[in-house]
Design a protein around this ligand. Sequence first.
Ligand code: SI3
Length: 292
Amino acid sequence: MKDLKGIYSALLIPFDEKGEVKEDGLRQVIEHNLNVCGVDGLYVNGSSGENFLLNTAQKKQIFKFVKEVVGDRAKLIAQVGSLDLNEAVELAKYATELGYDSLSAVTPFYYPLSFKEIKDYYETIINATDNSMILYYIPTLTGVKISLEQFSELLDNEKVIGVKYTAADFYQLERFRRRFPDKLIWSGFDEMLVQAAISGVDGAIGSTYNVNGKTSKKIFELAKEGKVEEAYELQHKANDVIEKVLELGLYQTLKEILKVKGIDAGYCKKPMKVFDPEKLPEVEKLVKDYNL
Ligand code: SI3
């Protein structure tokens, strides 16, 4: 199995006012992630990529462009989950042909599906390629909860190598770690990276690593080395940033931070709001105070 452990930015995607992908800006965001943030890899077309607002052609455009720019310089995970299972399969094949290191798929949401239906969804995507699969578990946004027993059924398939766990259920996380020592876990809540690292996760995937990746890598390393107090000191600072970003609008503000640093991070896709220019001084202060 490939070594896919580590810290991944859930890649932000710059859009123009019409909602089209700004490839020049995207190149800059990618280079910033690799050269300044120093992340181990990129999680492409996740929530932070505004994936669920995109059409199939845009999703493919992003997968292709990112792979062309990154090449083999970092690990790439393709989030292909979709309410349209045919689209998910098409994207899974596409990303695999491009050479993505693993696939990932969000649990199907909106319609209240049975676990059997969810399992069928994953099996259909998994059987379409020879690539590995990382479950994307984010119950706060999908409303879909999976029990340990159900995880176990999904993980029985050896192509399912692990889970991107965006939940704050540290008891379930501990049980998961204990029961599946050979599967990989990536934590999805950037604001709880210390706690996740102590709980034994293998890495993390998050939006704020696009701007604060270096510190986040340090937090992870320190926590893994048992230097919890030092890790917590850095987590406090990271969380000051996250708190402000959440207050001003998550993806918009992360893009504004990148813009302050000279990166053309573009806009968010409608119906997400445009960043309030009156708040720009607050972002500039954040960049300065926290050395982003
Ligand atoms: O692209 C992605 O799928 C993610 O970035 C998921 C990740 O778990 C993020 N969640 C969302 C909904 O954006 C977190 O990184 C999150 O932004 C961060 O912890 C701030 O709350």
